[in-house]
Design a protein around this ligand. Structure first.
Ligand code: 4AD
Length: 457
């Protein structure tokens, strides 16, 4: 179907005075005596193009298309009062797909909760159009950041036999339901597709380490799955995960890459999506643009976990979850640190080993590990990472302490046997980054088709 994008029509001044053909869905339509006005959007731009239908030669013309109708329009592009408009005669409009009056998005201003009930249609609203465009630009900027710095993009498996985080939050993958036929679980798994228990990966990190100790610097960008029963505005059962892994790197190197990458991708969005950022600034978070500009022009804060606990204890705040050395930081603590104490993004490092994963490098104090989380105002944690334990004996000792089945990790342990190196990396929750960049407060509204506990279509 020969036509041009509405974005092109609105931006390319050379098209003024020419005949253009565009396709799109009607956002609003208004009829008056001699002319009718139709606002058209094809999804390529947050802005609509106004189509002015001249009825003077056809006073009985009544077929003004309803909201939601898909149309093709052919007419002259003219300079309108604020933006380019397309002038047509009634014959210049062809209906491609009619839209009856029970179309649920007749009016503007629906709540995000209402829109969540129709994931198949909500992409046609300004909010989702803007979110998805920012998401797409952020994804491209992430690839660009790593590609320009000699990282290799690797695809790690989604189906796995080992639980990376060791937290037991894996969805099981099976082709057979449980049946009395099997004497025990072992027999049941042996009869299953892979001949042993399998699940959807919570993180590509373990395979990422294998790739990094071959290719030096790698990153993954794909879905991770978490079967955690967390019905919160920042948890998805299926989220997109960016995981760089770097050989010959210590914790400080990992932190440097995280800060530099976050700044790069935010700078890219500010450059490439001015309309979208202005939209979110107006409708979701006043001062958003200034906040993002501030973020990229200052160093992120840094604090150890132990110092953070002291700050929280001194705060005088009435936290729902009490604070003691050894406790996991909850969202309320993370937000207090980034919003009230540092008033910017802050890295928290060196967490107690008991609350972190088995693979993290043990610090000389015997109590903490070389872990890092990046906390940002409004969202809390968006990045979790660490330097990895590169010492074979120390790693084995920790895994035994945790009662892990070493047989399942023999490939991973080999990395510490054959030319082990200091290395580390982190995981960025892509949707949490989008929340931070747009000011949208519920993670269900930054992915087209959210999967959360108790909710799937
Ligand atoms: O802190 P996490 O669990 O770390 C890992 O998975 C490491 N293996 C990463 C690594 O070092 N390569 O998860 C990393 C990030 C979190 O900071 C968060 O942004 C995001 O992944 N995340 C989630 N995002 C949405 N929904 C969930 N249920 C998430 N769980 C983690």
């Amino acid at each position: 179907m020969k036509h041009i994008d509405i974005k092109e029509v609105l931006q390319n001044k050379e098209l003024i005075g020419q005949k253009v053909t565009v396709c799109g869905w009607v956002r609003t339509s208004r009829n008056s005596k001699n002319v009718a006005f139709v606002e058209l959007n094809d999804g390529t731009s947050l802005k609509n193009v106004q189509v002015v239908i001249d009825k003077s030669g056809d006073p009985d013309y009544k077929d003004i298309p309803r909201v939601g109708t898909a149309v093709k329009v052919e007419g002259e592009l003219v300079e309108g009062r604020n933006a380019a408009e397309i002038n047509i005669a009634p014959a210049g409009l062809a209906v491609l797909g009619d839209c009856p009056q029970d179309y649920p998005l007749q009016k503007k201003g629906h709540t995000l909760e209402f829109l969540r009930t129709m994931p198949h249609l909500r992409g046609r609203t300004n909010t989702f159009n803007a979110v998805m465009r920012v998401r797409s630009v952020l994804a491209q900027a992430i690839h660009q950041y790593y590609q320009e710095r000699n990282y290799v993009y690797v695809n790690t498996p989604l189906i796995t036999g080992s639980d990376c985080e060791g937290a037991g939050e894996m969805f099981q993958v099976t082709t057979i339901g449980y049946s009395q036929e099997y004497k025990n679980e072992e027999e049941y798994y042996a009869a299953d597709f892979f001949g042993r228990r399998a699940g959807l990966s919570v993180s590509g990190q373990l395979e990422g380490e294998m790739a990094a100790t071959a290719m030096g610097k790698i990153y993954t960008f794909g879905p991770s799955f978490r079967a955690e029963n967390s019905n919160t505005p920042k948890h998805l059962a299926e989220f997109w995960h960016v995981e760089p892994e770097i050989a010959f790197a210590e914790l400080d190197d990992v932190i440097e890459v995280a800060e530099d990458m976050v700044k790069h991708v935010i700078r890219t969005v500010l450059d490439k999506c001015p309309d979208e950022i202005a939209f979110f600034d107006a409708h979701f978070e006043k001062g958003l643009k200034a906040r993002l500009e501030e973020l990229i022009s200052h160093e992120f804060g840094r604090v150890t976990y132990t110092e953070a606990i002291e700050l929280l204890k001194k705060s005088g705040e009435n936290f729902v979850y009490p604070v003691e050395w050894g406790c996991d930081l909850q969202t309320e603590h993370e937000r207090y640190l980034s919003e009230k104490v540092f008033k910017k993004a802050v890295f928290v490092t060196d967490y107690p080993k008991e609350i972190k994963s088995f693979y993290m490098k043990q610090n000389p104090d015997g109590k903490t590990v070389a872990a890092v989380d990046l906390l940002v105002p409004g969202v809390g944690e968006i990045i979790g990472g660490s330097e990895r334990e590169a010492d074979y004996d120390k790693l084995i000792a920790t895994m035994k302490e945790r009662g892990m089945n070493l047989d399942l990790y023999s490939d991973y342990l080999d990395l510490r046997k054959f030319g082990t190196v200091p290395h580390g990396g982190f995981g960025l929750g892509f949707e949490r980054l989008i929340m931070y960049v747009t000011g949208v407060q519920n993670i269900r509204d930054v992915i087209m088709f959210p999967r959360t506990v108790g909710s799937i279509r």
